[in-house]
Design a protein around this ligand. Structure first.
Ligand code: PMV
Length: 331
């Protein structure tokens, strides 16, 4: 067995990860814990084959050869897998996202979760989620949360330890929610999150944000247990704004928002104020807005938001399952 295929969903964080203690050649160590919901509809499928005689790793993403940076990150994950398996063979990796490539939504989470699972399986290694945390963290931080379905908590290593802890807080069935991914720009962002994480420490607001994060994690966990959308939404919005405050006050300053980003925020607030629709926003390292609401109110919210000037597309997503191995390979 030297070939395997896996599919994984992206995720949206309710309490965000922003800032690394260290990363790069070592698995990413975040400055703060984060908690997310895995998404079902925005997915990556990846096939890995360790091939005898290959002269180097090859990586094709959505039908095109990967960039040098993408290949370097994929290579780090493959090296970790090869090290564990005591194997020297290079790999051919083919990966495909089921959402528009240039849609401006993060594919690194689903991408590196699928890669970690497929590579471990292809190398004959154990492939339960805890076995995959370290390899996934060599690709991207948020990828470790996409190793589980439902609601997922990522805790940085305890003092003196190297390993992060990732666990499912509640399964998908406990509380299915909707996430409307509101695309207001498809442009590639100027500063990638991997670079942004290194700038977080330059913000004088980072300390204030970190002081609040533990409390927010506890409140979000409670809101999930109690299926309390209002409690979840209030914390989620406050956390997204505090992360963007850190971004905006970094050196250089990172301003990811577009006019339509603010228009969507205002619409979400207005819908709530009219007591018509319980929906709440969060925003990652980009201009697009995620609107979290109950499945029953998703359609109505989508219709309202679609009318806003500058909204290009809305991807309707729901709480997702854990990654899975697939029988059909991409090559
Ligand atoms: O895992 P990365 O390097 O793509 O960083 C993700 C950062 C945010 O999306 C902004 C926050 C998060 O926790 O997902």
């Amino acid at each position: 067995m030297h070939k395997a295929t896996a599919g994984a969903g992206s995720n949206i964080a309710f309490v965000k990860y922003w800032g690394v203690r260290h990363g790069g050649a070592d698995p990413m160590v975040p400055l703060n814990p984060s908690i997310s919901m895995t998404l079902e509809e925005v997915r990556t499928t990846t096939t890995v084959a360790f091939e005898p005689g290959a002269a180097g790793d090859l990586f094709t993403l959505n039908g095109s050869p990967a960039t040098a940076d993408e290949l370097r990150r994929v290579g780090r994950v493959l090296d970790a897998v090869r090290r564990r398996a005591g194997m020297r063979r290079f790999a051919r990796v083919v990966s495909s996202n089921n959402f528009p490539t240039a849609a401006g939504i993060a594919s690194s989470a689903s991408g590196f979760a699928a890669l970690a699972l497929a590579a471990a399986r292809a190398a004959g290694l154990p492939y339960e989620p805890p076995d995959l945390v370290e390899p996934a963290l060599l690709g991207s931080g948020s990828a470790c949360r996409s190793l589980y379905g439902g609601y997922v908590l990522w805790q940085p290593p305890a003092a003196g330890r190297r390993e992060s802890t990732v666990r499912e807080v509640a399964p998908r069935e406990h509380w299915p929610l909707a996430d409307l991914v509101v695309i207001v720009s498809r442009k590639e962002k100027r500063v990638k999150s991997s670079e942004g994480h290194l700038l977080a420490r330059t913000s004088p607001f980072l300390r204030a944000r970190l002081a609040q994060v533990e409390g927010r994690i506890a409140r979000v966990e409670r809101a999930i247990f109690e299926r309390d959308l209002r409690a979840l939404g209030e914390v989620m919005e406050a956390d997204a704004l505090s992360m963007h405050a850190v971004m905006m006050t970094s050196t250089p300053a990172l301003l990811y928002w577009q006019p339509a980003t603010v228009a969507v925020i205002e619409k979400v607030q207005a819908l709530r104020a009219a007591d018509a629709l319980a929906c709440y926003f969060t925003i990652d390292a980009g201009p697009n807005v995620h609107v979290i609401t109950a499945p029953e109110t998703a359609r109505a919210a989508e219709q309202e938001i679609r009318r806003i000037e500058g909204v290009e597309q809305i991807l309707s997503c729901s709480t997702g399952e854990a990654p899975r191995l697939l029988q059909e390979h991409l090559f």
